[in-house]
Ligand binder design. Structure first.
Ligand code: PLP
Length: 499
């Protein structure tokens, strides 16, 4: 796997008793851990010298692919540039060395960061207030739906348990609704990829008094702006439901349209997509949730507030916590005040762009996506013509006779040094290939990507086997995805047991 270490795993290089560290002599005496806190047997850890450990980690980092070493057009994920200055600010010792249980008067600066981000997000989205507590987009969806449920219950309306979700939605939308105990009703899309208003009206006619909310993202997962959004919001509100905005696709809307003006009542944003926190590989992220005026009381606590009379910040705690009940599961949506270093990066990003430049994000992301789409649509099948926003979806190669699939194209792109686009999502097309370039890429980078996509299309016609057997230049060739998902081997102990 790791060629520079003689093709061996770190476990295979292990020698009993070999050390990569030396500790100073223990001057503090011996402390005996109680039996119930001790392992029953030693952990199985590799024992190697220091150089081998350093090479092990460095080689791993070089096998990784990130925005900082290549173009990463992974649709729906907004793999944009994370300016290095954000990292420097987030790494300041005065931020990193704080403890969440420190007295408020000693963390006024940190609370100001939280408060200012709440305010900045409110101003960018038209919401009234935000909580920064949820730690991911899906976590935000769940929080938002719980807010909506609390709102309905506070009015004594207990029957609203159904949530409308478009068939093009991101998988987390129906999943979050189900986790919140709601029933999901799917609204279909029209041939041009937008919510079918007639179908929506029928669903509302059948289920009106039971509808808690409709969840939508706009632009939707096909990168298309839902032009009927005012009418959609109107009919959902008319039946007593609320509009939930999945703000993971906020990037092209920054400074152009505010979700509140489209009729949305509750929403989340992904700080790790739109607001420049590195992501991929599972976190850490943050999924702040905003609500319009009138719903603020349903935001979870703890929550940072500002007192203009004394120019100080404080934390509103929830009543159970104030009574001394620190039961995390029952009383919080997330411990403390969200992923603080992610929050710092988001605020640094917003402030460094400023009011004027943040408005450029959406138009540039949109321009880049449309340029790629128009340049490649003779080679790749474009199921829905017309302008897109930040991303678009091809339905595989135009020439289907070669047998080369979207999976093959994605694998071949790795050979040319690109991260693959999102594939086989959304589920509306069989060979979906979802491309999102983001606003940061130069025309040169994008032109080179377009050239490579042309080359692969030509290869598919002339040498299809070359594409079908790709990748050829990566440390590992094609893996058995199904086996890897159904029967993952993730520890050396497991590997030993299997072989
Ligand atoms: C990424 C994404 C989500 C989920 O966000 P996570 O932080 O991965 O939980 C939800 N909806 C859309 C449209 C997304 O792209």
């Amino acid at each position: 796997m790791n060629n520079k270490l003689y093709g061996k795993l770190i476990f295979e290089l292990s020698h009993p008793g070999r050390r990569a560290y030396s500790l100073p002599k223990n001057r503090f005496g011996h402390y005996e851990l109680s039996e119930d806190m001790r392992r029953s047997e030693d952990a199985m850890l590799p024992e190697c010298d220091e150089m081998t450990v350093v090479r092990h980690y460095t080689n791993h980092s070089e096998n990784n692919f990130g925005v900082d070493n290549g173009f990463y057009p992974l649709g729906s994920c907004t793999m944009k540039y994370n300016p290095t200055i954000n990292e420097e600010i987030a790494a300041l010792p005065s931020f990193c060395n704080l403890h969440p249980l420190q007295p408020e008067e000693t963390v006024q600066g940190a609370l100001e960061v939280e408060y200012r981000l709440q305010q900045a997000l409110a101003s960018l989205t038209g919401m009234s207030d935000f909580t920064l507590n949820p730690c991911a987009g899906a976590h935000g969806e769940l929080t938002g739906l719980m807010i909506i449920r609390s709102y309905h219950e506070s009015r004594g309306d207990m029957k609203r348990t159904k949530v409308i979700v478009p068939d093009s939605a991101h998988g987390t939308n129906p999943a979050s609704a189900a986790v919140c105990g709601c029933e999901v009703i799917e609204v279909t899309s029209t041939a041009d990829g937008l919510v079918d208003l007639d179908n929506l009206k029928e669903l509302i006619k059948e289920n009106g008094p039971e509808i808690a909310a409709m969840m939508m993202t706009n632009p939707n997962t096909l990168g298309l702006f839902e032009r009927q959004i005012p009418e959609i919001s109107r009919v959902v509100h008319e039946c007593g439901g609320l509009m939930y905005y999945d703000g993971a696709n906020l990037n092209p809307m920054l400074g152009a349209v505010r979700p509140a003006d489209m009729g949305f009542d509750v929403m989340h944003v992904n700080l790790h997509k739109t607001f420049s926190t590195p992501h991929g590989g599972g976190g850490p992220g943050d999924g702040p949730v905003g609500v319009i005026k009138g719903l603020e009381e349903f935001l979870p606590k703890p929550h940072v507030v500002y007192h203009s009379d004394t120019s100080t910040y404080s934390i509103l705690h929830n009543p159970a916590e104030e009574a001394g009940d620190y039961n995390l599961e029952a009383n919080y949506i997330g411990a403390f005040l969200g992923n603080f270093l992610v929050i710092i990066r988001a605020l640094a990003y917003i402030l460094s762009l400023g009011r004027e430049h943040i408005k450029m994000v959406g138009p540039l992301a949109t321009l880049n996506a449309n340029y790629i789409k128009e340049s490649l649509k003779d080679d790749y099948e474009l199921p829905i013509e017309g302008l897109c926003k930040h991303e678009f979806v091809f339905d595989g190669l135009r020439d289907k006779s070669t047998g080369v699939t979207t999976m093959d194209v994605a694998k071949r792109l790795l050979d040319y040094g690109y991260h693959a686009p999102t594939i086989y999502f959304p589920l509306l097309f069989h060979e979906a290939m979802m491309i999102e370039p983001t606003e940061n890429e130069s025309k040169d980078t994008i032109d080179r990507f377009i050239d490579v996509m042309h080359i692969i299309s030509k290869e598919a016609m002339e040498k299809p086997e070359l594409v079908k057997n790709a990748p050829h230049n990566t440390p590992i060739g094609r893996v058995d995805d199904v086996l890897a998902a159904r029967h993952p081997i993730v520890t050396y102990r497991q590997l030993m047991a299997e072989s």
